[in-house]
Design a binder for this molecule. Sequence first.
Ligand code: ADP
Length: 407
Amino acid sequence: MLVLVINCGSSSVKYDLINTEDQTGLCRGLVERIGAVTAIVKHEPTGQKKVKETKTIQNHTEALKEILGFLLSPDSQIVKSASDIKAVGHRVVHGSDMFKDSVLIDDDVKEAIEQAIDLAPLHNPPNLKGIEAAMEALPDVPHVAVFDTAFHHSLPAKAYLYGIPNRLYRRYKIRKYGFHGTSHYYVSRQYYKLILKDSKDTKVISCHLGNGASIAAIEGGQSVDTTMGFTPLSGLVMGTRSGDLDPSILFYLVEKEELPLSDLHALLNRHSGLIGLSGYAADMRDLIAEAEKGDRRCQQAIDVFTYKIKQYIGSYMATMNGCDAILFTAGIGENSALIRKKAVENMEYLGIKLDDDRNNDVQPGEMTRISADDSKVDVYVVPTNEELVIAIDAAKIAQASAQSPWI
Ligand code: ADP
């Protein structure tokens, strides 16, 4: 089945056209700087020349028109008719505690996503805009929402409750939700497939290390804890986000610098993490290059980043009473041998030992074991594919809805 996967940010639309039967991508692309004087449009059809243009694109509806125009154009020959696209899968960041699975979008679902805006003010509004725009552009196909939070629905109360008055949980749903669920789900399933073992007998720690970064503890195939929390700000140090912090720092800063709340928000979300620590860059490649030249603050940023990862791996090994495998994924996890090494070095006591040659020889896009043969815990690099998870879920739900008048 041909599925269009859509991931909307406030000024961008990312898309992937995927054939779920053979799990191949036909075309992917990005419209960014929507609403600016000139937007940047990129299309990457598989096996054909990439296209990059600048255009005026006022809103998400125009961006969707641009994307469909390219896919359907006689020049690109990617799809003959819009009716060949049988479903649209939408990445939705926050499903609150309402959605534990992907769901066919109707008015009630749209309203529920809207209700969760309070919990994800940066993410859910553009996700909704994308849904509206795509439903307008492709009104006759099923649209399916796939939530970043859904995989973590299995967290037990002891992991998702914060140590604050319980009425705040009951009244405002303040709890840990966790994110990157589709990625943690995908890489753990790739691992089960490879080892040919039933997921119920396994304990896995999945490390998604990209611009945003999180770790999930996965026991018996289910997420039992994760580092992101009420919002994607907590847990690991990230490109521009602080990760865990003593909440008293906020009161202290308000007093010392008289910062308004909006500035505090920007400070922790956009000016902290790797860029804040290094004063130089959020991009790990730039930090590694500068640290190699002797820049102390870039080195410190790398040290703090990897120390946090190590702490959480140790913590989840404690809470799960061991672990069979640690999985590294996303931009940094898949591409940086140095970060992987620093994240798990000196952990022989816990049964983790890397093989340096294997770690240094990982080929892009390939699932690779990088632990030593005598390591008690296996360590793998597993390329993630969140778009494929979204496409497969959308295809399943679209098929079921075609067969049943009740879905
Ligand atoms: P996003 O969260 O935006 O999807 P990605 O998963 O694409 O992020 O990861 C982006 C991060 O991956 C950046 O910090 C980038 O520097 C890092 N990265 C990509 N390739 C490498 C590499 N070869 N070595 C170190 N870091 C890398």
